[in-house]
Every structure is written in C-alpha cells, then in structure tokens.
Design a protein around this ligand. Structure first.
Ligand code: CO
Length: 232
C-alpha cells in the first residue's frame, strides 16, 4: 500500500478511536479554535510539535519552516504571528529548534547550486555562524558545531520575535520561549524561558545550564504518565 493510501486508512481508524473515547470531541473541534500557544518549529519530519508534547488538535497554532527561522519580511511567518497574537491572543510563543538540524548543517557547508530557495532562507544562519565563528571554530566536531549553532539560532529568533511590534506592542504581549529538541533522547531543553529577564541565561553551551535542565523537567502530567508507564 502506498504511504498516502496507508495514511487515509489510518485516518479512518484515528477518527473512530477518538469518537469512541470522547463522543463530543469533533463537535467541540468544529465550533472553533482557541489555542494558547503558537509553535514555531522546523519542518523536519522528526520534530512533530503535537506528538513530542502530547498535544491534541486545537492545542497548538503551528508554523514550521526549514531551521525554524523567524523573518519579519516573510509574509507567511508574519501572517501566522499576527493572527496568533491579535486574533487568537496566544499566551505563549515557542520557538523550538532541534539538534542535528539539516538546515543549520547546510549553513556551515558550501552552498548547493541545486537549492537556491533553501540558500536564501538560511542566509541569516550563515551570518549568525560568522558572528559566532570565534566560539564555533574551537568546537571539536562538526556535529557539536551544528548543535551549538542551532542553540544560538533559537536564541536569535526569540530575541527577534520579542522585538517585533506585533509582540512588543500587543495589549498583553505573549511570553516568547526558546526550546531545543534532542533527537537522541526525545527531550526538550529550555534555552530561554518566557521571561525576557532570563534571556541571557540561555546562551550557555549544551548541558551546562542547571536552570535550563531544571526547567526541562517533565510537567507534572508528563511525569505522572512516565511513572504510570514504568510501573506497569
Ligand atoms: Co531542522
């Protein structure tokens, strides 16, 4: 069976399962959306926002692009942000990058003639890598350089988002968070909490921030699920 056919079959099963466990679910879903979170993530297939955070339809307003880059000249990005802040009035904006990001990797390699659109998109990452070349150049391995640049980029997007008039001048400005997802363990690390005063603390190299590690502890619900799963 082709993948799209398989997806349609799975969809029938999924809809039936949800309806069986919560008969009002789709009726409620059809009445409208009131997500409290805008998620800005990478298009990478391995970082699906809903799956990795146990979120349900209706929970997250989502924008994904290559390397989770924010640009105020991108109408796609800006229309999503504008709608999220001014209409949905989200409480939180989360930029979530990931380690091992292909878009970040590409920005540390020679340009590919076959990918002019990608090249244009990731140009800010080239600039960021140059800006931090002193730190990046002394990192031993390419993989570690990519991971550090991915962290620096998340912090850069968070800062740019906080400075944009849509966020800054909102009646109730949303908190802007910087997170990064680890493909090796499935865990999210907090680089910058929603409090702008904490923004400076997120710049520490991977694994060296106690505050970030503490903030990345599972939420009570998730912890409870983990406890239930391992005690079965
Ligand atoms: Co990526």
């Amino acid at each position: 069976m082709s993948r799209p056919k398989r997806m349609l079959v799975e969809n029938v099963g999924w809809a039936a399962e949800i309806a069986a466990s919560d008969p009002d679910f789709f009726e409620t879903l059809a009445q409208g959306q009131s997500p409290t979170v805008l998620w800005i993530g990478c298009s990478d297939s391995r970082v699906p926002a809903e799956t990795i955070t146990h979120s349900k339809p209706g929970d997250l307003f989502v924008h994904r692009n290559i390397a989770n880059l924010f640009s105020d000249t991108d109408d796609n990005m800006m229309s999503v942000l504008e709608y999220a802040v001014r209409v949905l009035k989200v409480d939180d904006v989360i930029v979530c990058g990931h380690y091992g990001c292909g878009g970040v990797r590409a920005s540390l390699l020679p340009l590919s003639d076959a990918l002019p659109h990608v090249n244009r998109r990731i140009a800010p990452l080239y600039a960021l890598a140059r800006e931090h070349s002193g730190e990046l150049d002394v990192i031993g391995t390419m993989d570690s350089r990519i991971d550090r640049l991915a962290e620096l980029s998340v912090l850069e997007q968070v800062s740019a988002l906080r400075d944009t008039p849509i966020v800054r001048d909102a009646e109730r400005p949303p908190r802007v968070h910087g997170w990064i997802f680890g493909l090796r363990d499935g865990r999210i690390k907090v680089l910058s909490s929603g409090d702008p005063a904490d923004a400076e603390t997120g710049g520490a190299p991977a694994g060296s921030s106690n505050a970030a590690a503490k903030a990345a502890e599972p939420a009570p619900g998730a912890a409870q699920r983990v406890i239930e799963a391992i005690s079965r």
